[in-house]
Design a binder for this molecule. Sequence first.
Ligand code: URA
Length: 433
Amino acid sequence: MRMYDIIKKKRDGGELSAEEINFFIRGVTDGSIPDYQISALLMAVYFRDMTVRETSDLTFAIRDSGARLDFSAIHGVRVDKHSTGGVGDKTSLVVAPIVASFGVKVAKMSGRGLGHTGGTVDKLESIPGFRTTLSEEDFIRQVNEIGLAIVGQSKQFAPADKKLYALRDVTATVDSMPLIASSIMGKKLAADDDCIVLDVKTGSGSFMKSVEDSKKLAGLMVDIGKRAGKKMVALITNMDRPLGHAIGNALEVVEAVETLRGNGPEDFTGVCLTLASYMLSLAGMGTPDEARTLAQRAIEDGSALEKLKQTVAAQGGDANCIAHPETFQKAKYAHAVVSGEEGYIGKVNTEAYGLAALALGAGRNRVEDAIDPGAGILLEKKTGDFVRKGETLATLYSDRPATFAEAEKILRAATTIEATMPEDEPLVYDIIA
Ligand code: URA
């Protein structure tokens, strides 16, 4: 088999066989296919698309490119949740403890932020002492003992995706439906969960900008997960505005803790309750409506917050930060962005909000970049809010005050102020089961 023929077949609109896809992924993993040929095939897939069968085969090949986790030693139903990536998306920090507080097991492998999107691992590492690396044995023991562990993804896990993602990132082939679906599901299926809830973001802060494309992507991933024997649900949720008010690692942990205390922003709390209710429902805890009542109760009676504290303590983190979030490490400098006009906040470019936080030090441009845990943005005004001239739109935080000017410029360009109130948009557009 020759890589040249595989590229040519896809370039001309052909359907690749399972053998050809396996040959490709084997060559990506062992380094025998050069980057230029991998990139050429990625571009051919970008333009020619893949059938559901090809996308499934690509997903399974990515899953099998490295080690697979064995969770059979975990007692009870194992549920995971995965977001396609957004801005201010700290839902895992809230939904995982809610779900685990009912004895459902959450053995979570999370990612780091890249580009404009944040990552759960970076957020957790803003808690002093928190370890996001555990041995497989400790990971499983912790899940059995307290129901929840959250770690970063190990290097042996779906290595083909790591290589493909790095090349997609520099060849303008990230936003391809079969490539996104196989990348996400290849990693998800390498873990050993019974049920998976996907949070497919849609809008200006996500990879899929239209609801229609997001539904298609969600349907594809649900289909692939079911073929692999998983119970699957996908929610299409709004990323045309940041979730909650906080963007940036420590700021988001504080907002997540406030949400578990019952004081969270309405939009963020709503999305968390919906995700948690589908996770609990898939795990056999009743209908989504019944499970939502349970999830709400876990916030009201403090059991979900207690679960987060236990998890932080078990992974070496300072649980005092969770009990007293006001003691959390803060950035050295703050800067208010003030409105120059009066009106309603209209549509915002959410991706640009993520990039403004990145400019402040909350994210990284390259994988090896260091993060400033206290850096980020607290939004005072969001889409639909009324603002007067001179009022604060947002407060920027950074240890590097020289970054304020650029972040402010990005934020202003990404925000519209209008004479009339914009139409309300749903938080959850659809649920695909
Ligand atoms: N997240 C992933 O893991 N892969 C993608 O392709 C997009 C988002």
